[in-house]
Design a protein around this ligand. Structure first.
Ligand code: SF4
Length: 342
């Protein structure tokens, strides 16, 4: 894996204003979907992004692809200041970022043949047409494990797994550098999930692709990711390489999420950490640490001051006051929580 940064997100913010009840009423506040998020993705790696639904993962993916306009922050992609690009420069760079969506049927136009769906990016970006386009579409179908003979079929003639392969073929059409897989296997059966994950893995090796793999399913993310970021209520709370995160999770939220993963061997049961209460509304998140209303280790400072990111080991950062230098809990043995992962 190369160590060049392909995507760098800095202090990215997106608040969606709530509708006013009438034109005379005061602004009704905003949903703080993504609130000061920063991370980097290296070329050729799979960067996992996990968190419960509603935590802002999908908004983040739409901000990166510029389907949604950011309020503030920076996105540097492939050496370009991505948020400042416009017109033909934006179109040129945008080709390098493609998405694979969660619902393979809904993301494919049922009125278009598979050949038209996969060939559409070639037409839109004037890359190929006619016989050359058809040849490339057939190549892409074979690359994702489908027959080139399927070009004239419609999406309803395929199974869920085959449709997701078509979605991947479409994402590959313009030779992207980054593919954002937004819950790309969540709607599939477990056996089909593994086939699609293996396909993504093979394609990554063949084309040195970089993946931003977004999922609520920690076991899937563990299986595919080199590094992982954990998101809670619009903010990232922990970033680590995958093995470090699963062996020694630091943030109480990460620990709770990991403790809920079922283990295959019942003899290796682990203690489950339950976070009390519901996730607060992103319209009115708690001040200080966003987990302070649910965290079993909450301290007075947590309700006042937002924790900054601390390095707890090489490449492992966490935003939690338990790890501030004054608490000196950097040694895992002294932590109040310790999860034994089997
Ligand atoms: Fe819990 Fe405080 Fe750490 Fe937040 S900062 S996770 S409330 S201990």
């Amino acid at each position: 894996m190369k160590n060049d940064v392909l995507l760098e997100v800095k202090h990215l913010k997106k608040h969606f204003p709530l509708k006013k009840k009438s034109i005379f009423s005061k602004p009704a506040g905003s949903v703080k979907a993504v609130d000061d998020v920063s991370f980097s993705v290296f070329e050729g790696e799979t960067f996992g992004l996990v968190g419960e639904s509603g935590c802002g993962k999908s908004t983040l993916s739409r901000l990166i692809t510029r389907l949604v306009k950011a309020d503030s922050g920076e996105i540097n992609f492939d050496g370009q200041d991505f948020l400042r690009l416009s017109g033909s420069d934006l179109r040129k760079e945008r080709k390098k970022i493609q998405m694979v969506f969660q619902k393979p049927y809904e993301s494919l136009n049922p009125r278009m043949t598979v050949g038209e769906i996969i060939g559409a990016p070639f037409e839109i970006h004037h890359v190929a047409k006619g016989a050359e386009k058809e040849k490339q579409v057939k190549n892409l179908l074979e690359m994702v494990g489908l027959s080139g003979q399927y070009v004239n079929r419609y999406p309803h003639e395929f199974s869920g797994g085959q449709r997701q392969r078509i979605g991947i073929a479409r994402a590959l059409a313009l030779n992207p550098k980054l593919i954002i897989c937004d819950e790309a296997v969540s709607a599939l059966d477990v056996s089909i999930q593994s086939q699609i994950l293996n396909l993504l893995n093979d394609l990554q090796k063949e084309f040195n692709l970089t993946y931003l793999f977004i999922s609520h399913d920690l076991s899937v993310v563990k299986h595919v990711s080199n590094r992982i970021a954990v998101m809670y209520l619009g903010r990232i709370v922990e970033i680590s390489d995958a093995s470090g995160l699963y062996a020694s999770p630091k943030h109480p939220y990460t620990q709770a999420l990991l403790s809920a993963i079922p283990v295959p061997n019942p003899d290796h049961k682990k203690e489950q950490i339950i976070l009390e209460g519901d996730v607060p509304s992103p319209v009115n998140p708690p001040t200080g640490c966003r987990l302070c209303t649910r965290c079993p280790y909450v301290m007075p400072i947590c309700k006042e001051i937002e924790p900054e990111f601390m390095n707890v080991s090489e490449g492992h950062t966490v935003a939690c006051h338990l790890y501030s230098s004054s608490n000196q809990l950097l040694n895992n043995d002294t932590l109040p929580l310790s999860i034994k992962t089997s």
